[in-house]
Design a protein around this ligand. Sequence first.
Ligand SMILES: Cc1cc2nc3c(=O)[nH]c(=O)nc-3n(C[C@H](O)[C@H](O)[C@H](O)COP(=O)(O)OP(=O)(O)OC[C@H]3O[C@@H](n4cnc5c(N)ncnc54)[C@H](O)[C@@H]3O)c2cc1C
Length: 686
Amino acid sequence: MADDRAHPVRPTGPDAPGLRGLWQASLVPLTVTDTGAPSRGSFDRDANLHRLATEHFDVLVVGGGITGAGVALDAASRGLRTALVERDDFASGTSSKSSKMVHGGLRYLQQNEFGLVYENLAERQRLLDNAPHLVTPLPFIIPLFGRDGVVNRNVARVYRSALWLYDLTGGVRIGHRHQNLSRDEVLAHMPTLRVDRLVAGFLYWDARADDARLTLTVVRTAADHGAVVVNHAKVVSFTHEPSGNVDGARVEPDGGEPFVIRASVVVSATGVWADQVRSLDESTQAPSIRPAKGIHVTVPASVFPCDYAAVIPVPHDHRSIFAVPWGDEVYLGTTDTAWDGPLDDPICLPEDVDYVLDAANAMVDRKVTRDDVTGIWAGLRPLLAPVAGKHAPSERTADLSRRHTVRTSPEGVVTVTGGKLTTYRKMAQDTVDEVVGRLGRRPLKCVTPDLPLHGAGPGAKSRRGRIAAVDGGGDTAGAPGSAVAAAAHLAGRYGDDTPRVLALTKDRPELLDPLVPGLPYLAVEAVYAVRHEMARDLPDVLDRRTRAVLHDAVGTANAASSVAALIAPELGWTPAQARAAARRYAAEVQRTLARAGLDRQAGAIAVPEARTKQAATTTKTAAAKAPAAKKAAAATKASPAKRAAQPTKKASPAKRTPPTRKAAPATRAPAPTPPHRSDTPEEPTP
Ligand SMILES: Cc1cc2nc3c(=O)[nH]c(=O)nc-3n(C[C@H](O)[C@H](O)[C@H](O)COP(=O)(O)OP(=O)(O)OC[C@H]3O[C@@H](n4cnc5c(N)ncnc54)[C@H](O)[C@@H]3O)c2cc1C
């Protein structure tokens, strides 16, 4: 393959000064092609669908969360012919809804899970080494509260012992031992903590990653090693040899005809859906998964200031929540409650929001209210159900083990369940060991412990640099909105692919405008997502390739129309299809907020109205008559990204959907999913 980084590209165009700044400030060598084409592996969905239908594979992985991505990478990098299919988008399940920690799990020490913590910390280290562009060391504060300046001795002793153990089981490899902090040192990082109760604190280090981007990056690395991967293709049944062994699967891809993928071994890495997929193969069995819901809320950093993450005890519940700084916001979470509702639709309920806010508010002077919330997400942990006959520690899902298992059905389907984002690589290694055994191959060595992930080339930041950045004076410093900050933003998400992302802006400098007003994501990221990262719809772009909706749900929903217009030409959408996609997206975000009891936010979303045939005709006629309107329409066509950057026009109150708290008893019970397809002939679904 030709080296596509052969020649340097320099910015031109009307916005050259800002653009020049960005290019000059870029942290990576800017030698790229004009096209921005990826250099290795195929990430072309159509081509991959064709290959899936026509080739035979050693292993087919079902599920494109972090676990399936890891299995595909391990298998492909051992030289196995590997396929992966994901029914929705990569990471659309639990793997985009975690707390985003790459950690040992301090609290598991309290459950005497020393082996698990040791394994987690070893994996944390590997991720820091293999994906330095994505996985960032993160300092955590444990504030200690008490009365009259005295901390409960037992509490302090338990934390101190746990932190020593954490250091000893591998925590210290991050380059820091835990430390004691004075009251003032804690306040310097979290100024709104209750001064009447704060006594002192501890500081320790873990790491954090954008879970959805990490998952996508692992999928891309698998493709780099030859895996054939597609999203939006659901496995609906298995195929069998005459002996009864499973030898493939039938898939239904979005926008295509169903077909069969042939494979010697099928792996199910389907998280909380594992029992559903298992039922395609085996007759009814006792559930192997106990889904546990966890939610997070995002609030502005100005409301809950903290520049380090914090562990906050939940009063009257033997749990803690995290407060984690994330750009201009801080996210707070999580909860841990059994979930027996629909797996496709975990709901963040008003009481979940209150649980998190009450926990945070018990420790701070400046109270956070529901009205402060800017984003929410809810996910389901695929916890292993206690084995029948074995004693479960308690009924609480928080007490269930975070270990994983690999199991093979009588028909030969290998299922991997449980585990954590942090331990995906080890889970994958155990799974592929089993696959290799079933294939009857000589042992193939697992190479992933030292395998860099896609983008972790020489351009990725050094670990030393990243730690310095967290400490405040590192190489990513730059005023928000500045060229330096934008370059650091891209480098921290795309690593040495950053020049390829920037190459798309060569003749379109407007793509350096914000994707959603007020957020650091750039319009170019949406275009890159569709062209090179298999994004096929607005949720792929706004929920996972970028995390815009998690930071600012209202702003993101209100930008849906302009983002849809931006990606429409890439996806071949008609204007009507783009409008329908925007309406669907905004309505879904509004529904999610309403069900969480966030009425103010839900009411601030202007869901674009459906245009009936008649309305569309009227508009067309009016536009034809009005030269000004014509001009505006032409300008819109010329520069969709410009519009993406413009503040969203506020809807007139009459047009807004009214607060839905009353109208939505579904805030307490699962509500029916809204129709996913457009209901008007004018606005078909893309
Ligand atoms: C609230 C919360 C906080 C968490 N925090 C952390 C944390 O901080 N650190 C950490 O290490 N871990 C954390 N976890 C755990 C971690 O997120 C999960 O263990 C991990 O993401 C599970 O990944 P998975 O690939 O197994 O499942 P998923 O990500 O759910 O992937 C399964 C995939 O299978 C697909 N699928 C299902 N059926 C089919 C089919 N028929 N055909 C094709 N595809 C199919 C689904 O669409 C889905 O994408 C957290 C979890 C939760 C819920």
